[in-house]
Design a protein around this ligand. Sequence first.
Ligand SMILES: [Zn+2]
Length: 701
Amino acid sequence: MPDKPFDRILVTSALPYANGPIHVGHLAGAYLPADLYCRYQRLKGRDLVNVCGSDEMGVAILMRAIAEDTTPQEIVDRYHPQIVESFERFGMSFDYYGRTTSAVHRETSQDFFRTLAGKGVFNLRTEKQLYDPEAEIFLADRFVRGTCPVCGYEDAYGDQCERCGSSLSPAELLNPRSALTNATPELRETTHWYLPLGDFQPRLETWIETHPEWKANVLGQIRSWFTDGLKDRAITRDVPWGVPVPPDVAEAAGVEAEGKVIYVWFDAPIGYISATREWAQQQGDPDRWKTYWQDDGTKLIHFIGKDNIVFHSLMFPAMLMAHGDYVVPENVPANEFLNIAGSKLSTSRNWAIWLHEYLEDFSPDLLRYALATMLPETKDADFSWHEFQQRVNSELADVLGNFVNRTMTFAHRFFDGQVPALENPSEADQEVLAQLAQFPATISTAYEAFRIREAVFETMNLARLGNKYFNDTEPWHTRKNDPQAAANTLHVCLQLCASLAVLMAPVLPFSAETLRRMLRLDGVRSSAPGEDAGEGKIGWDEAGQPLLAAGHALGEAAILFTKIEDEQIEAQMENLGAPAPQAEQAGTKPFEPLNDQIEYGDFAKLDLRVGRVTAAEQVPKADKLLRLEVDLGFEQRQILAGVAKQMTPEDLAGRKVVVVANLKPRTLFGLESQGMLLMAEDRDGRLAPLTTDGEEGAVIR
Ligand SMILES: [Zn+2]
């Protein structure tokens, strides 16, 4: 039911683990799209609650604590406030941001567990599990590493393979080893509660069938889970950190409660409910959370990254269905992954961009905009500092900033800083106003369908329209010979600026506020939480109409965006660590598209020869270059190859390779390069020389 009528929206974003700071990968996966969506909906005047919080339970936190020889509580107390602060500075507009160590969360998850146990939903199973005899602990989830049975990756976690994304159980790993002590685990008997997901498959399938509008990447993953058949999932663990299994439930089942906690992926999504309860308490209306979770008029939306799809579109919905009192999600618009400069993000290698570090150097809106234009909505996407600079300079500064600036400057210089009246508008004036009227609906369509990139692109199109119109109507000319035409241009441009101040608020909340101040545009509904729908205020749907009256006095002009210099970008790139070795990168990149067709004559111009590499060495001070001596049979060549990052001199020395023998020589680092080696480059950027058995000097055609 794509267009189910609804009365209110409840938005959740994946709870970040409080065991490290936030990076751009997190932002691009869930938080930024969720924030744009929420700000847009608030401007629409919708009743909306946006909750999130720190996930402070789970084995990942415990592992970090063990690694640092401290307590899990100390870890979460360190990172939770840091996450809160950087989210706030970045303009994340949560109505409530909680944490799963709260008393409300413990009570909410235990109640949920108790209700499902009382309904006989769970199975209890006693079986042998991996146990680390040195650490004297059962090896749940990430405590065990080994070889992925699906893709062969040798460093897969016990609960998931990070390379192929397969969800695993520790017993499935080949060659398992303890992540704590490296010991080979032994099997010991223990009892756990299981959620029989398989029993829910028919209901889940029926439900998913009602949502053909979900994103293809999400539906694709769900269908492959269905095809494999949903399996029972253990929802308790033997680890010393987590929400304890309710003692009364354990006692009724005849299981020793001591040391048993609820699995983090059972309690984490319940964290959304806990956060809504805490929000309601803060509002002084403690029962209000029920309206958002239990009334059919709620549209529940989970923003997540693709690694969480199974939990949000299958496991949590099954839990909600089993409980019976709750609504199920209306959409789960999961994003794919964001790579950094072509390589998979890696926090351990610092191949990541950390939000708190970014905010020391740049304003939040620049990253909000740049990231929003490259969100991995349908496939993995790539972020680079150069692309960031490009988006800021050529779009924010040159398009949006320039349009606002030239309009404001002109109005102050020639119209006393007031909005001139529109009189006898030309066709062009009327056409632009007619186009303006369409913008809110056009951008809305994209936001409602979770096409955030498109929404941002359409928003920027309004500034593009403004610039084109300003250029076409040439007010700097008409000012002298047809002053009313110039006045009309400025009137229309100022209306576009005013509309932009509303429509750009989701993506650029800080700059939108600056622009509203410049225009002295009051009475605009807030895109941030904490205000009521603002009856009578200017909202999204009003933003297609002229918002400034003739004679309205404008505020002072200010520069909205300054360009980013190359040196600033270079400084950021120096902060980046190293990408993970290519071998660890998933080989899922698309093949490069074919070049345009050529004539045979174009090909025949190439003189390709077999050559033997007789010597190979690194070029001093040129870290990318290898210097090769190549025997072509009839002559010796010196060839420089820019492959030193991918291969060593040893990889090439002695090999027979294919040389482009008639390439014009060129000089690099004072050395002449007399030809070129052919290399095969795979989808992950790995290079391999083209080798042959032919004799030196042989022609290749
Ligand atoms: Zn795998």
